[in-house]
Design a protein around this ligand. Structure first.
Ligand code: BES
Ligand code: ZN
Length: 661
């Protein structure tokens, strides 16, 4: 208990250091224009309540309550421009408001029509951007203020990708979309870019093409014809009445069509892809919602929709409220990748309603979501065997992440110190799978029927709030305080170990029935590869496998001590039709085996896939193997596709190339 408290204080101490340097920095930036204000900044004593080290905002003094974004989508200039109105509430005697910005042009700041002084720090504080400091003047006004900030995004904006018509599937119209998690919202609009602050949102977005945003659509209006024979524009409006953190701010605009995938669900995508997308999701979406509702409580965001993006979307899915953003690699024609929808839907409770207070406690978002996702899958598709099979895949992903970081690395802890760090660099399977493993362990410890009662309690306690791991612990212990038996079981938890020990957690005893068939087949290939067997592979071997079983088989083969011979790699691709699979989960893993085997026939399809899919989950392992085996080819591939990749993915690839190349 004591160590646990000490560690908690440590986090706050780090935080204090950062904040002091921020105050000093603010003072410096003002000292040239107004020395009086500089001394004022030093006099301020703030309560120690800011627990997120990855924001430069003073959200402990002022807190965002509502944001109205009046923005125009300018496809020619590749910029979002206009005015954002931020309503903030005062929490301390502080006349300055510090907001996060990153590569943003801020033209003006006004309050009630009157311009106020503002300054964007001239030097960036990496990796957090350039704080915008707004001075409200000497005398405290009211306890609530609405800032109107004139701004536009720049070409360096990390949250947006702009596609030319030639880069879209039907080549007819341009396209744009955002991805704000973890700390990219600040490159879209000035904000308190921390999951510790939640606000309601109004989106008024003008565009020549249909727009979606992370709120409920309230219509389109106010058509404006355009000059020069260009398309006219409409004002698309949305409202998000449930307070949400800035990282869930989302917008997309392009040639979009929609089709129903359930009584409260619609899929949006390009007109040519619509039918295939509808087929992929219509079977399961409503079932998932109902299963989640019976595990937690009713869905509160009114509708649950999916936007299927162009292939450069860097993630599998992103849980933007009302509209999950999803990669088109889910559309494999076999409904084998819809588990991503179960995952993003589960975020409607874990992450979107109940949020981690900083990225240091990211497991509260992702660990809980993976836990709920697997409960949903188990409820719909056949119970514990299915759930544990998915957990076995997760354990392998965890092992890979731990191997890549190293067993002692900070980022292999459940609760991580991200002081001075970019949360994107810490991103891995660790918060997902260590978080899941912890919740699974707690479920087994108290028993599932008791844990089932805790789930709605937890999600009610922190509904529309943000929390950290210590509040989670308190909530769990107090819920079971009146249950002597459960309390005794909970006393055995080594909290320090779970929160702060790097590397592997305790391994649960998974039901391996479904995985065993995959391992058995892999063992046959290993013996064959070692010259110890005369096994004759045939298509029959995988006749009963679903795509996930092929994934488990392929991952086992990837981890052979001795890589497959080029001949066997080729044989596998042909015999099991993995080389020609339409399922990217399968073909990408097969190609990693091919590259590891130095099978010459794998290079071309690997490079081709890297030019077709920008989802980092697939790009990362393929590109890594390519760098190790053929640096020149890796460089050429990156160069050729640099406009295709999303800025986040491109940045990740450049970092990897510099590290390994
Ligand atoms: N919220 C994440 C994606 C994310 C995390 C984006 C951190 C940026 C920073 C999303 O819910 C997610 O986990 N997506 C997974 C889906 C999978 C676990 C089913 C993905 O993209 O692969
Ligand atoms: Zn997630």
């Amino acid at each position: 208990m004591r160590t646990f408290l000490a560690a908690r204080q440590l986090v706050f101490t780090f935080d204090l250091t950062l904040r002091c340097s921020l105050i000093a920095n603010t003072a410096r930036s003002f000292s040239t224009s107004s020395p009086k204000m500089a001394s004022h900044a030093h006099a301020v004593v703030r309560p120690l309540a800011k627990r997120d080290p990855n924001t430069l905002s003073n959200y402990d003094a002022w807190r965002m309550k509502h944001t109205t974004a009046d923005l125009e989508v300018d496809f020619d200039a590749k910029s979002l421009k206009g005015v954002v109105h931020l309503t903030l509430q005062r929490l301390a005697e502080e006349q300055k408001i510090v907001l996060d910005t990153s590569f943003l042009d801020v033209h003006s700041v006004s309050v009630g029509g009157k311009d106020v002084k503002f300054e964007v720090a001239s030097a960036r504080i990496e990796p957090y951007g350039s704080p915008l400091t707004i001075d409200l003047g000497e005398k405290p006004t009211s306890d609530e203020v609405t800032l109107s900030i004139g701004m536009q995004t720049t070409k360096d904006c990390t949250a947006l990708q702009w596609l030319t018509p030639a880069q879209t599937s039907n080549k007819k119209h341009p396209y744009m979309f955002s991805q704000c998690q973890a700390i990219h919202a600040r490159s879209l609009f000035p904000c308190q870019d921390t999951p510790d602050v939640k606000a309601t949102y109004t989106f008024n977005l003008r565009s020549p093409l249909p727009v979606l945003a992370s709120g409920l659509p309230t219509g389109s209006k106010d058509y404006r014809p355009s000059k020069d024979g260009k398309s006219g524009t409409l004002l698309y409006t949305f409202h998000q009445a449930i307070p949400m953190p800035s990282y869930l701010f989302a917008v997309a605009s392009g040639d979009l069509a929609s089709a129903s995938i359930g009584p409260r669900s619609t899929v949006w995508t390009g007109p040519e892809e619509l039918k295939a997308c509808q087929w992929e999701f219509e079977e399961d979406t409503e079932k998932y919602i109902q299963a989640a509702e019976s595990i937690v409580y009713p869905y509160t965001w009114t509708t649950y929709n999916v936007l299927v993006l162009p292939p450069s979307f860097p993630y599998g899915g992103m849980e933007n409220p009302t509209f999950t953003f999803a990669t088109p690699t889910l559309i494999s024609g076999d409904r084998q990748n819809v588990d991503v929808v179960a995952h993003e839907l589960a975020h409607s409770w874990s992450g979107n309603l109940v949020s981690a207070g900083s990225w240091q406690h990211f497991w509260l978002n992702e660990g809980w979501t993976v836990y709920l996702e697997r409960r949903i899958q188990g409820a719909i598709h056949g119970g514990d065997q299915v759930r544990d099979f998915s957990a076995i895949i997760g354990w392998k992903a965890l092992s890979d992440s731990i191997a890549q970081f190293g067993e002692d690395h900070e980022f292999t802890k459940l609760v991580q110190n991200l002081e001075g760090k970019d949360p994107d660099d810490a991103f891995s399977s660790v918060p997902y799978e260590k978080g899941f493993t912890f919740l699974y362990y707690l479920e087994k410890l108290v028993g599932i029927s008791k844990f089932d009662k805790f789930i709605p309690h937890y999600f009610t306690t922190f509904k529309e709030k943000s929390l950290d791991s210590y509040e989670f612990k308190e909530c769990l212990l107090s819920f079971f305080a009146s249950d002597a038996e459960a309390s005794k079981q909970l006393e055995t938890i080594d909290w320090d170990m779970w929160f702060y020990k790097p590397g592997f957690p305790l391994k649960p005893d998974f039901d391996t029935t479904l995985a065993d068939q995959c391992y058995d087949l892999a063992a046959k290939w290993e013996a064959l590869n070692d010259g110890k067997s005369d096994f004759k592979p045939s298509a029959k071997d995988i006749e009963t496998f679903n795509a996930n079983q092929s994934v488990v088989f392929l991952e086992k083969v990837q981890s052979f001590a001795k890589p497959l011979s080029p001949e066997l790699s080729k044989l596998m691709g042909e015999t099991y039709a993995y080389a020609s699979s339409q399922n990217v989960e399968v073909v990408s893993r097969y190609l990693v085996i091919g590259l590891k085997a130095d099978d010459k026939s794998a290079y071309e399809p690997a490079v081709e896939l890297l030019g077709k899919v920008g989802r980092m989950k697939f790009v990362r392992p393929l590109f890594r193997e390519l760098i190790i085996r053929d640096k020149d080819l890796a460089q050429k591939t990156l160069e050729k596709n640099k406009d295709f990749y999303h800025p986040i993915c491109r940045g990740m690839m450049e970092k990897m190339f510099n590290r390994l190349g």
